[in-house]
Design a protein around this ligand. Sequence first.
Ligand code: SFD
Ligand code: AMP
Length: 635
Amino acid sequence: MPNFETVTVETDLLIIGGGMSACGATFEAAYWAKKHGLKVTVVDKAAMDRSGAVAMGLSAINQYIGWAAGDNTLEDYVKYVRQDLMGISREDLVYDIARHVDSSVHLFEKWGLPIWKDDNGKYVHEGRWQVMINGESFKVIVAEAAKNALASLGDNGRLFERVFIVEPLMDGDRVAGAVGFSVRENKFYVFKAKATMACMGGAVNVFRPRSVGEGLGRAWYPPWNAGSTAYFTIKAGAEMTCQEVRFIPIRFKDGYGPVGAWFLLFKARATNALGEEYMVTRADELTKWAPYGLAKPIPANLRNWLGMEDIMAGKGPLYIRTEEAIANLAAQYKDDPKAFKKKMKELESEAWEDFLDMTISQSLLWAGMNIQPEEKSSEIAAAEPYFIGSHSGASGAWVCGPSDVMPDEYKKHWEQIGLYNHMTTVKGLFTAGDGSGASSHKFSSGSHAEGRIAAKGAIAFILENNTMPNVETAKVEEMKKTILAPMDLYEQNVKYSSDPEVNPAYIKPKMFMFRLQKIMDEYVGGVSAQFTTNRALLERGLELLGMLKEDSAKLAAADLHELLRAWENTHRLWIAESHLRHVLFREETRWPGYCFRADYPDMDEPNWKCFVNSVYDPNTDNWTIKKVPVVNLPV
Ligand code: SFD
Ligand code: AMP
């Protein structure tokens, strides 16, 4: 077993992750830290310039209110999210993010992000809330601003890249920092902090993806977001919410290209193989999901559901009619051949840039399949489930809202530990972006704004709880041993079999992941189960997950890279278990199109218009799960 040096870093605020919310948090924290002489440390498992979901860039910013210009009100946004989440959202959080998000977008522009403008200098909208960008370098621009802010703190600002955080450090019921390891050198890291922010994104590859075999690795959301935020908050004992609300996006099939620009900007229709538009032919189904099914915009899960019904009726594949949309947009120029040609070129280049900015693999697939979007439709399909609290799913930690807007009913949760905006129910532990639950539709811009909100809350916490938590050395040593154990296990047993991938003494991370994905897919409503499950399947799934959990102690790693994979998969396992327990608890189908409980096929407003919240107790290894009322803002 190679010798791992232990590196200990003490800081006031620890920000874990380097994505959109962490960059927002770093930018904001630096401002307040400078005023108060505090230390800020940021730790990312990758390189901040291209880490997280925005690595490849984006082609639109999906949350912009246009509040100051009077384009929309904050109340409009609260109503939009309420509607899209079938009534279940933390409206205080949504309101708070909405009132801050425009300033994040204006900062992006100031830092150099090109946002499309019309002839009057106004942002070009994709839809009501979305603005178009030339966003290939979006993440680089946002990371640069965060790094500059950190650098302005001098020795008080430190960035650690390529350090993978595994576990929270605890001092009783207060978080005391985190431990992890470098993915490049034999170093074990111990970060001790007065407040900690878990901003490690959502979770991908928990369910078996559509892309297997030769397509393995392709996903809509990035495979390197492995559920670390949820693991961290669950293991710290934080209350989680909406863990049953996974997100299933409709995407261009196999390349996973997003559909937003096509539906909203290009105004494309989706049809089945017979040319029927399922949003029209199946409109009657929407009454079953009233009041949400009958209001506009139709929630994302219900849009999925109508398409899925066509698939189940044998009318697939589904197509997005790109050629028709482009023809419609160019039609007004048809009497002027020169203007028509110019418009067609412009539309073609917008179509390709959409994917080249954000999902390059989709452009490659188009090229490889001889698809020219102005000539031929593309297939679309419901992707595998993801855990992403920042898009149209809602899973994540239950966090404190702003004291001016948060309903008293929620304030009760923080009576004992104090009201700090975006603190979880664990003292000193904050989260944002994909990490905070029930406040969907924040996307890249809202995640950045939420990171700023949470960092301000964390600094307030530090100023009022200005003591370094106590960390037992023996406990840290024990954690080091456990975290590095997969390398020991490998080294001790690798010679036993002729193929290092197959060994009775251990399981390699990839095989472990396949086993997890099979369980989730078949028992918890993945792609191959047409997103459908029931109590018997879930209970059997829980049993199988329990066995997999036992085997997680047998994960083996040949090198640092595999050590990373080993812990990523343990993180996935925990988010899987939490999800399953929530799906089992909620005895209704509220989000058809995301998950269908065949034994409770209807929505049950009187009994289930509530949050489902859970807590894992690390001391007793028990989960508790309960209903929490939804309190609407008066909008
Ligand atoms: O088209 C550890 N998103 C979109 N947002 C938009 O505004 N517009 C769009 O067009 C959007 N679309 C889209 C989007 C994402 C992707 C992948 C595609 C298309 C193809 C969503 C946003 O990107 C998303 O909402 C935010 O990025 C969420 O922010 P955040 O901070 O919650 O997560 P992150 O940015 O992925 O960052 C995670 C960070 O954590 C690090 N990390 N570090 C240390 N230890 C560990 N164990 C760690 N685990 C992870 C990561 O390296 C990263 O830095 S569209 O589909 O709608
Ligand atoms: P997507 O590309 O699917 O992630 O969507 C980008 C944005 O557009 C998100 O805010 C979606 O909720 C929204 N969106 C996508 N498709 C539609 C649609 N058909 N109707 C309304 N909103 C949509």
